[in-house]
Ligand binder design. Structure first.
Ligand code: ZN
Ligand code: ZN
Length: 877
């Protein structure tokens, strides 16, 4: 069999299916775009689920991809075995209701035997026990001997998750030979030994599982095949470790080089570290390229965990810090051809890696020291469990993910009190939340616990802005009450409401409640477990439990907010188009006045790009794109293998908000019906809020007009001041600027000249004391520099003498004393003289022998100061 490199195998597969009229598409992002129940894309099929579920039309009925995937379920095994990795690539061929079993099997066989040259006698297949159709195809059409077609049960060869589309599958195995076998007589695919390697799964989705457990045939049957590229490479390169595959070995060799430690492909601790670093750097580089930034939650946390684990194993190998950034280059080199985003973003990838690596390397040694102390102490005290407090401190202060602490402890046979750790995490989270609440809420947060057990509120606000509602609870700061009177505030629960509660970055609606006995303003609305609480202030009369009300949302505010929210979606899309796919939403705040959007991006956005982004958004606005909202059930997404992880929680129903074909996002907010209603969009500012996170603030609709009017008015007023028409303002200003420069130059020249004239006159008028010329002069309002300039002019002309200058200000006087060089030898000292001079005017100071400045408080005492100068000179004579 021919040795084929991994990159070449990928290309062979994709072009093979392209020849079979499959639409060849690049890998989808690791970040699921439409499926919020999934943290990271973990199979070739995952990003195609909307097509299989019939929610969206695929770009073509046949497709082929090589999908980058990350799975962290087996992360603890990574490094300890030669097969586990968090990052892998999956080759796939797909049919959306077009061809079926026959073609899938036929082409699969053709690719394996004719393209790859795998010997037919080495290939075995398994099928679902009841799938006679597949059996016939393998036996009669392909000609595989029946004894090499193994029938297996539901758990092995039937794909289904809950109810919905499902079907049998057929897996293809490669026989590595008896040498790898267990010698049992029934050794065959499905056996626990290493002889048979499963490498390609063909799923035949042909049934729909109903709620009663029965199966009905699907009208449109689908094909979904998946083959691990690394595993195929192992077969084609005749190796039994993914770390021996050409491209991965190249990365591992990089680590070996930096560590100066050979790789022995075994179980030595250094081998384990080498494999961990090799695998993790692949995941991390691909994640950064897809816009994932290290953080404390969700996929950002997964990334941080991988990165810090790799950094720690680098320490164990004695590699200097900064090595992951260098190693990233090898990943980019080996995979950059197939995944151009790695090449395009290589600087960005390295910058992010470097920031995170530096951040952790600053604390890793301290953390390690702390942990080693704890381990020593535990040994001495015969304990095996690290306290939750210590694990938490390692996390909170030294940045050790709990999984990393756990791994280090396990190496010693110890564990951490994870339950206590989680408890402390929870407390910290709640404290932070409470701190946020008390900042903004006046007692209304205290009522939140009272909401437990309350019936869910019916929310009408997606379609209605008014409703007939009934009051079912009233809370005041002291607890539940049955009425609230004029001028009072309270929290109110109603059976149904048109008010949108704050959430998803969108502010709550405001509005008015009108009851039989009074009226109140709705100031804020929040939602807890489906219960809407309305913070109200009674304007007139009173509201009572059981009152039937008319609830009205303030339409103008709602529509302004909707304009800003829909514009946020357009902005998100435009940012991705202009800056790149790495842009992902980091946060948003949408209210009636403006919108704010935070996103991941490494550097400031240029003026040119900002203009382009705003241009895209405005194009989408004037294109009058219809905004459509569809509700789907998250279960249908989840049952295809999706699992929610970490703290992310999802309700059963998800809303998909689409703006024409331009943008599509999961969102629970309120939107305009057509992008045209946004009117216009203007970016006010772009700034940085954290490492790798930028913020754009913008306005829409009427606000843009107001802003432009305001600016126009400023321009008009400015023009008026300079007596020009607004459209001549720039010419006028630059002419004025030139004029000012010329005038300033002329003025400087004049002053120079007058200082020089002055100097000559002063020298002529100088008094002589004991044969030493004393030159004095009073100026009005010169600052220290100007005074100095005047002194210089005089000194240019004076060959010998003492110079005392005063500058008079309304509430003070500045003095300057200068002494010519010939007098310095005779003991005249400007610093000493200025001290006496200033003292005469109620001040003080001093300085060097040739030049000194000082201040006095009393400008009326200048004459006295000059007299003091004369005395100082005569006393020295
Ligand atoms: Zn066996
Ligand atoms: Zn939204």
């Amino acid at each position: 069999m021919e040795h084929i490199g991994l990159n070449q195998l990928r290309e062979m597969f994709l072009s093979f299916y392209q020849d079979k009229e499959h639409y060849r598409r690049g890998s989808f992002s690791l970040v699921p775009e439409k499926d919020k129940s999934l943290l990271l894309i973990n199979s070739g099929m995952a990003p195609l689920k909307p097509y299989f579920a019939g929610l969206e039309t695929p770009p073509a009925p046949r497709m082929t991809t090589c999908q980058k995937c990350i799975r962290t379920g087996d992360i603890d095994n990574v490094g300890h075995t030669s097969r586990h990795g968090t990052f892998f690539e999956m080759l796939g061929s797909f049919s959306f209701g077009e061809y079926f079993k026959k073609e899938s099997i036929e082409w699969g066989w053709e690719f394996m035997t004719e393209k790859l040259g795998l010997p037919p006698e080495k290939l075995w297949v398994t099928i679902y026990e009841d799938d006679d159709e597949a059996f016939e195809l393998w036996k009669d059409m392909i000609g595989i001997p029946p004894e090499r077609i193994v029938r297996l049960g539901k758990e092995d060869n039937f794909w289904e998750i809950g109810t919905g589309p499902c079907g049998p599958c057929s897996e293809i195995y490669y026989d590595r030979g008896e040498a790898f076998g267990c010698d049992k007589p029934d050794c065959r695919p499905g056996c626990d030994c290493d002889r048979f390697v499963e490498f390609w799964n063909h799923v035949f989705t042909q049934f729909n599982k109903e709620n009663d457990g029965s199966y009905t045939p699907l009208a449109k049957k689908n094909i979904d095949t998946g083959m691990g590229l690394e595993r195929l490479a192992c077969i084609m390169q005749d190796v039994d470790s993914i770390f021996a595959v050409d491209t991965i070995r190249y990365i591992l060799d990089g680590v070996v080089e930096m560590a100066g430690i050979p790789y022995q492909a075994g179980q030595a601790p250094t081998d384990i570290s080498l494999r961990i670093i090799t695998d993790h750097i692949r995941s991390v580089v691909f994640m950064i390229a897809d816009g994932i930034l290290p953080s404390n939650e969700g996929r950002g946390y997964v990334q941080r965990r991988l990165l810090r684990r790799a950094a720690r194993h680098g320490r164990l190998l004695g590699i200097e810090k900064g090595f992951l950034t260098k190693l990233a280059q090898r990943v980019i080199e080996t995979s950059g051809e197939a995944y151009p985003e790695l090449k395009n973003k290589q600087d960005y990838i390295k910058q992010i890696l470097s920031i995170e690596e530096t951040k952790f390397s600053d604390t890793i040694d301290q953390g390690n020291g702390l942990l080693n102390d704890a381990i020593r102490r535990m040994k001495a005290e015969n304990k095996t469990v690290l306290s939750g407090e210590e694990a938490f401190r390692l996390y909170d202060t030294y940045g050790f993910p709990i999984e990393l602490t756990d791994e280090i402890l396990r190496e010693e046979g110890f564990t951490a009190d994870e339950a206590r750790f989680r408890e402390l995490m929870q407390i910290q989270r709640e404290t932070a939340r409470a701190a946020r609440k008390t900042e903004t809420d006046d007692g209304w947060a205290e009522n939140q616990p009272l909401l437990d057990g309350q019936p869910e509120t019916e929310f009408l606000g997606y379609s209605d802005l008014t409703s007939d509602s009934r009051i079912i609870q009233i809370f005041k700061a002291e607890g539940a009450v049955d009425r609230v009177g004029e001028g009072e505030t309270a929290t109110l629960l109603m059976d149904r409401t048109p008010f949108y509660a704050e959430g998803g970055g969108q502010t709550a609606d405001r509005g008015r409640l009108t009851g039989p006995a009074g009226q109140a303003d709705v100031l804020a609305v929040s939602k807890t477990h489906g219960v809407f609480s309305h913070k109200i202030k009674v304007g007139q009369g009173e509201l009572r439990i059981g009152d039937n009300l008319i609830a009205e949302v303030d339409r103008s505010l709602r529509h302004s907010t909707a304009r800003n929210h829909t514009a946020t979606h357009l902005l998100h899309k435009a940012l991705k188009e202009v800056l790149g796919e790495h842009v992902s939403q980091a946060g948003s705040a949408v209210g009636p006045d403006s919108l704010r959007f935070d996103f991941s991006h490494f550097e400031a956005v240029s003026k040119k790009d900002l203009k382009k982004i705003a241009g895209r958004v405005n194009e989408a606005i004037i294109a009058f794109l219809e905004v459509t909202v569809t509700e789907t059930d998250i279960d249908s997404a989840k049952k295809a293998g999706a699992v929610a992880q970490f703290d992310e929680k999802y309700s059963d129903q998800v809303r998909v908000v689409a703006i024409g074909d331009y943008s599509r996002e999961l969102c629970g907010g309120t939107h305009v019906q057509n992008s045209g209603q946004i009117g216009s969009f203007k970016i006010l500012s772009e700034s940085g809020v954290a490492a790798g996170v930028r913020r754009i603030e913008a306005i829409t609709g009427q606000r843009v007009l107001e802003e432009l009017n305001k600016r126009e008015e400023t321009v008009r007023q400015a023009a008026e001041i300079v007596k020009a028409n607004p459209d001549q303002l720039l010419t006028r200003l630059s002419a004025m600027n030139d004029e000012i420069k010329t005038q300033r130059r002329e003025l400087d020249e004049m002053r120079n000249q007058s200082l020089a004239d002055d100097a000559a006159g002063l020298l002529r008028d100088a008094k002589t004391i004991n044969g030493i010329p004393l030159i004095t002069k009073v100026y009005d309002g010169l600052d220290a520099n100007e005074l100095r300039l005047a002194a210089d002019k005089i000194r240019e002309l004076a060959t010998s003498g003492v110079l005392v200058l005063a500058s008079r200000h309304p509430d003070k006087v500045n003095f300057l004393v200068a002494v010519t060089d010939d007098l310095l030898e005779k003991g005249y000292h400007a610093g000493k003289i200025v001290k006496q001079v200033a003292a005469a005017a109620g001040g003080g100071g001093g300085g060097k022998a040739d030049l000194a400045q000082a201040g006095g408080k009393d400008p009326t005492k200048i004459d006295e100061a000059f007299t003091a100068a004369s005395e100082a000179i005569s006393s020295l004579a």
